[in-house]
Design a protein around this ligand. Structure first.
Ligand code: 6PG
Length: 270
């Protein structure tokens, strides 16, 4: 059985291929935006880094998805960033700009990349945290609560830049942290679990056979495990949805035959 550890809303949806996964992710982005905008508000979403979400971003930038969203009501953020210039090949902002932003009728003022031109990753974390506090209205007593957070899953169980053995000390008021690990190509800046676990909706996107082992470990754990940081993502008043393709679900699917909601290439519903 797939453990919800312990939130019953955590759900796993399996798709035939990465394209179907991407379409479902785009569909859920549109649904999230509609919910926020229909409520007269702004849709605040944190984009994931890495390669997996890029196909979903490209789908979002295409018809009909691009025209299904009231973009003036959307504010785009990032869940984490590599501390490199925004035109660097490793930049999550650059990847999203090329796959998505360039096609959207969105103003620069609605796009909030994590700064990487500060004197240090720590300064970038402070600057981004100040920006979040200002844009979410923390001084007016409002929480930093994203409507939707997209996350990936690393083979070591990391998500965003929350790595095993390198989890940032996050006092309750810490929203953004710098992460520097020996051997990493560059430092990183990441939203902390304080922010991820305040979100209304967290959507994990997991694709490829290389993720099958870690996905099984993560979904089977019966408790949050700092050695598998993705298991620490448990929004207190939100839901977690896992969108995975069949290649990534190879081990989970076999072990949980028939007890996991599966959807053909046409995408999932609900
Ligand atoms: C990053 C991401 C990271 C990513 C996972 C999965 O900046 O790389 O924040 O957490 O989501 O490493 O990456 P892939 O989607 O490329 O497998």
């Amino acid at each position: 059985m797939i453990h919800a550890f312990p939130l019953p809303e955590a759900r796993l949806l399996i798709f035939d291929d990465p394209e179907a996964l991407a379409r479902e992710a785009a569909r859920r982005f549109v649904a999230g935006a509609s919910r926020a905008v229909d409520g007269g508000g702004v849709f605040r979403v944190a984009l994931s880094g890495g390669r997996t979400p890029l196909e979903a971003y490209r789908v979002l930038a295409s018809d009909p998805f691009r025209y299904s969203i009231h973009w003036p009501s959307v504010e785009l953020f990032w869940g984490d960033e590599r501390f490199v210039p925004h035109d660097h090949p490793d930049s999550n902002y650059r990847a999203a700009r090329e796959a998505l932003l360039g096609a959207l009728p969105i103003q620069a003022a609605q796009v909030h990349p994590i700064p990487t031109d500060t004197v240090s990753p720590q300064a970038a974390a402070v600057a981004y945290q100040d920006r979040l506090r200002r844009l979410f209205g923390v001084e007016e007593g409002r929480p930093v609560r994203f409507d939707q957070v997209l996350l990936g899953l690393g083979e070591d169980g990391h998500t965003a830049s929350l790595f095993p053995g390198a989890l940032p000390e996050a006092a309750p008021e810490t929203l953004v942290a710098a992460v520097e690990r020996p051997g990493d190509a560059c430092p990183r800046v990441t939203l902390t679990l304080n922010v991820l676990n305040a979100a209304r909706e967290v959507i994990f996107l997991v694709s490829g056979e290389a993720k099958a082992a870690v996905l099984e470990r993560v979904l089977r754990t019966s408790r949050p495990d700092p050695a598998l940081p993705a298991t620490l993502v448990q929004p207190t008043r939100g839901k977690v949805i896992w969108l995975v393709d069949r290649a990534a679900a190879g081990r989970v699917e076999a072990a949980d035959e028939g007890r996991v909601r599966q959807f053909p290439a046409g995408g999932g519903k609900g």
